[in-house]
Design a protein around this ligand. Structure first.
Ligand SMILES: N[C@@H](CCC(=O)N[C@@H](CS)C(=O)NCC(=O)O)C(=O)O
Length: 232
């Protein structure tokens, strides 16, 4: 075996990830890590969203956007944005399973990932930050309830869209599990945290999610969340 083509071994390790244990966006990267068998190669650094640590000047130096997660390599390189992090992790072993191998797969996975963000996950997030107490008044310095409710309705439309997609295919973007599935999973996780119900008529989406929850990566994530917030 030509180990020169195994960048996982050559990757600057250990990697560090700034995240919060049960955040829906961090979940995307933790699930990707588990799918790639890389969880043990990462040191997680907790940034407490509820205390607003992600908006502190020290953290804004790490990620201008003030959001989690952020991947930090041993050489100090920092990669924020779940899609970018997942792409990096997937390329490490030269065998991308989550972001596609062919040009068509890559195109479709990126399209459906972006669609899952815009139509579902990010809309749920906007609902949370604008039409609920969100992370609290010390973090939510601007709220627009009408916008938040509009985004909630958009998210429910997004659920119906993905339900239609999943009526005719087993995965969101391709014949196999991908980053696009992980992004819709993020939307489902966030919706569940907020009590935003999946409409009864979204049977295909419900069945797909029940299947996804049986994947070892999601089982591991749920077990980690079950343990509760880190103490340090
Ligand atoms: N586009 C970003 C969004 C990240 C994001 O919104 N993360 C949440 C964590 S669940 C966050 O940091 N929220 C805090 C806030 O927006 O105040 C990504 O894909 O990484």
């Amino acid at each position: 075996m030509n180990t020169a083509n195994c960048p996982t071994d050559a990757a600057p390790l250990p990697m560090k990830i700034y995240d919060w244990y049960n955040g829906p966006y961090p979940a995307r990267v933790r699930i990707a890590l588990a799918e790639k068998g890389l969880l043990a190669k990462v040191d997680f650094v907790s940034i407490n969203l509820w205390k607003g640590e992600h908006k502190a000047p020290e953290f804004l130096e790490i990620n201008y956007s003030g959001t989690l997660p952020v991947l930090e390599l041993k050489d100090g390189t920092r990669i924020a944005e779940c899609t970018a992090i997942t792409q990096y992790l997937d390329d490490l072993d030269g065998s991308p399973t989550l972001t596609g191998s062919t040009a068509v797969e890559k195109g479709l996975i990126h399209m459906m990932t972006k669609r899952a963000e815009i139509e579902f996950l990010d809309a749920v997030s906007m609902y949370f930050h604008h039409a609920t107490p969100g992370l609290g008044s010390h973090v939510e310095i601007y709220q627009n309830r009408e916008w938040g409710l509009h985004m909630r309705d958009k998210a429910v439309r997004g659920m119906r869209y993905f339900n239609e997609v999943l009526k005719s295919q087993p995965f969101v973007a391709s014949p196999s599990f991908s980053m696009a599935d992980i992004t819709v999973i993020g939307g489902m996780i966030f919706s569940a945290l907020l009590g935003l119900a999946v409409p009864d008529d979204c049977q295909a989406l419900r069945e797909w999610y029940a299947r996804m929850q049986q994947r070892p990566s999601l089982v591991a994530w749920a077990a980690m969340v079950e343990k509760g917030a880190p103490t340090s």
